[in-house]
Design a protein around this ligand. Structure first.
Ligand code: ATP
Length: 615
């Protein structure tokens, strides 16, 4: 006996719910740091480099003081040469270390990006189909490409900026105090003015940046949709180029405005900081001058402070750090968007009643059982009502019924593209929600009306069914699917690139290729959705023959649109309004003179009269 599914409301709380507001919360810093962990050695080396460069950066100021107060005062030419040489040497050394540090920065930045992008894409591959039907492809693309690219700025930019500037500031402050504590205090007095609380600017920046990213999602979606092969065909056939131009210009203008706002936020503040960088030395010259006159402070010290680079090494980093909060906040916004995706519930969760580790479905005979299945895509609208049926192993079940009756939906529940809210589906008596999802899907082959092919060679597309397939196996499958001759006639044969989504092949050829692909997979259970479009009789016969060879010996659920398929089925299920209203063989159902008989006279006979005559 099949166990019933969890109650309706519980089901929705666990599943992907498009209407559920996305979780709003601050980013957990520890989680961000997790990504840095594998690179700790390189990071430690970066830290050492930063400290070394910071120390070497102080050398010019120190040498300046020594030249003025020591070598110049004593007219010591050797001393002057040594000090000047020291300046050059320290600069060269710092440059060399800087290059190595740059290499390490790229290593860490690019490595983290690769890791985040891989985990993001892998996670997306595990997201339920409902997520993809509810999310614009452009938005997904934007997060995976642009957002992850931004992470690089965070890693190699923001983080290194913070550490570098802190290191420079600390070493500079220590040196200043060692030279003259009074002048050091004077120089430091200006710093707090620069690091005035920046939070209002940061907050605004964060908001504008967020809105900008959302707008970029929109632009990306529009590009994606209109430049896809289906989109462009639609535009051309409805002569909508001008409309699309206007639409694109409108979102482009929105994006432009947001980008300008983003560039301007905090600009006044930054201008003030820049002014302080000029005012600071003036204060030091004045204070230093007084100290020289009244306290005998050496000129070398004043010059080292004001012109020898010490002040610059204090105010530069101070202003950089003052602005860094803005960068950190926006960087966190990027992580927030990435975590938002990573936190979404992946599919294939076994029911809580099942064992923690789901059972692997190994050998399958192929019995399929629907037990009082009720299903809806969205809570308000029930699509399947109490559907119950069994298909014995190796048998062909045809599903017929009016458009929108729920035939496709029924077949999609078997590989768990969706889970029912009530009732259960079992393969060989085991509820599909209790077994490992991959092992379940390995036994199921699907051929839909819309054949998807990758922009790759025919051989590579076929090998999607079985990676290890030999050339002989590819050809055998292609022969069984009545497509080998077509492939062989192409100049490049199996190495022919099929074009975007396989659009270089005809609809019928694409479908036969899809059949060959599933033949290579060799599943026990088949889900076939016959094309509704009329094919010429030769193509039709080829596909029919391929379908029959594919179905032989496998449990097949076929959404049938042709009489020949219905006639070859062991059992026919008539679906209407999400219910199975009739079931049986063709002769039995015809004799009953119900819905099937009506469909037969209106749909099948008109469409497939020749098949009837020949049967
Ligand atoms: P056809 O023969 O035209 O393909 P069908 O019998 O296969 O029709 P289904 O595709 O199962 O019908 O659709 C059944 C109902 O479910 C339809 O009313 C459709 O609008 C709805 N539906 C299908 N997919 C979704 C979805 N992803 N989200 C919400 N509703 C959906």
């Amino acid at each position: 006996m099949l166990a019933g599914g969890p109650p309706f409301h519980l089901m929705w709380s666990g599943a992907f719910d498009p209407d559920r507001p996305r979780v709003k919360r601050r980013v957990d810093l520890r989680r961000v740091l997790q990504f840095f962990r594998p690179y700790w050695r390189a990071e430690l080396t970066v830290l050492v480099c930063i400290v070394l460069v910071a120390l070497l950066g102080l050398a010019p100021a120190v040498f300046t003081k020594w030249i003025i107060d020591g070598a110049l005062a004593a007219h010591d030419i050797r001393g002057v040469a040594i000090d000047a040489g020291g300046m050059v040497l320290s600069a060269l050394l710092a440059g060399g270390i800087g290059v190595y540090q740059g290499y390490l920065n790229s290593l860490v930045g690019e490595g983290i990006m690769r890791d985040i992008r891989t985990s993001l894409v892998s996670h997306l591959h595990r997201m339920p189909i409902a997520f993809f039907t509810n999310t614009k492809t452009g938005e997904i693309m934007n997060r995976v490409s642009n957002d992850v690219d931004n992470i690089d700025n965070v890693v190699t930019g923001t983080l290194v900026t913070i550490v570098t500037n802190v290191a420079i500031m600390i070493t500079t402050i220590v040196t200043m105090f060692l030279m003259n504590w009074l002048l050091a205090l004077l120089a430091l007095a200006v710093v707090p003015l620069m690091i005035l609380p920046l939070s209002p600017v940061g907050r605004r920046m964060y908001d504008v940046r967020k809105r900008t990213r959302e707008k970029r999602d929109e632009v990306e979606s529009l590009i994606q949709e209109t430049l896809s092969i289906s989109g462009i065909t639609l535009i051309k056939s409805f002569v909508r180029e001008a409309f699309e131009h206007k639409r694109f210009f409108a979102v482009g203008t929105d994006l432009m405005r947001l980008e300008i706002r983003l560039a301007m936020v905090g600009r006044w503040f930054i201008a003030a900081i820049v002014a302080m960088v000029v005012i600071g030395p003036a204060i030091v010259w004045f204070g230093g001058g007084l100290l020289h006159i009244f306290r005998g402070l050496s000129i070398g010290t004043i010059v080292a402070f004001a012109a020898g680079g010490l002040l610059g090494r204090l105010y530069g980093p101070a202003s950089a750090l003052a602005g860094i909060q803005v960068q950190v906040v926006s960087a966190l916004a990027v992580f927030e968007r990435i975590f938002e995706y990573l936190d979404m519930q992946a599919e294939g969760v076994v029911r809580s009643s099942a064992s923690v580790k789901p059972a692997i479905l190994s050998d399958v005979a192929g019995e399929i059982r629907f037990d009082h299945v009720t299903f809806s895509y969205v809570p308000e609208r029930t699509i399947l009502h109490d559907v119950t049926f069994t298909v014995a192993p190796g048998k062909i079940a045809a599903f017929v019924g009016p458009s929108g009756a729920g035939k496709t939906t029924i077949t999609q529940l078997v590989p768990r593209f969706y889970d029912p809210q009530e009732g259960g589906i079992a393969v060989d008596g085991r509820d599909v929600r209790d077994v490992d999802l991959d092992s379940l899907r390995r036994h199921i082959g699907i051929v839909t009306q819309e054949t998807y092919l990758f922009h790759d060679t025919i051989a590579a597309n076929l090998r999607y069914g079985r990676e290890s397939a030999t050339q002989d196996e590819l050809e055998a499958a292609a022969r069984a699917a009545s497509i080998h001759d077509v492939i062989a006639s192409l100049p490049q044969g199996y190495d022919t690139i099929v074009g975007e989504r396989g659009h270089k092949l005809s609809g019928g050829e694409r479908q036969r290729l899809a059949i060959a692909r599933v033949l290579l997979k060799d599943p026990r259970i088949l889900i076939l959705d016959e094309a509704t479009s009329q094919l010429d009789s030769e193509n039709e016969a080829l596909i029919q023959a391929a379908f029959l060879r594919l179905m032989s010996g496998r449990t097949s659920l076929v959404i049938a649109h042709r009489l020949s398929t219905v006639l070859s089925a062991d059992v026919i299920f008539v679906v209407e309004g999400g219910r199975i209203v009739e079931s049986g063989t063709h002769a039995l159902l015809l004799a009953r003179n119900g819905t099937y008989a009506r469909l037969y006279w209106t749909q099948f006979r008109d469409r497939d009269g020749t098949a009837l005559a020949s049967s």
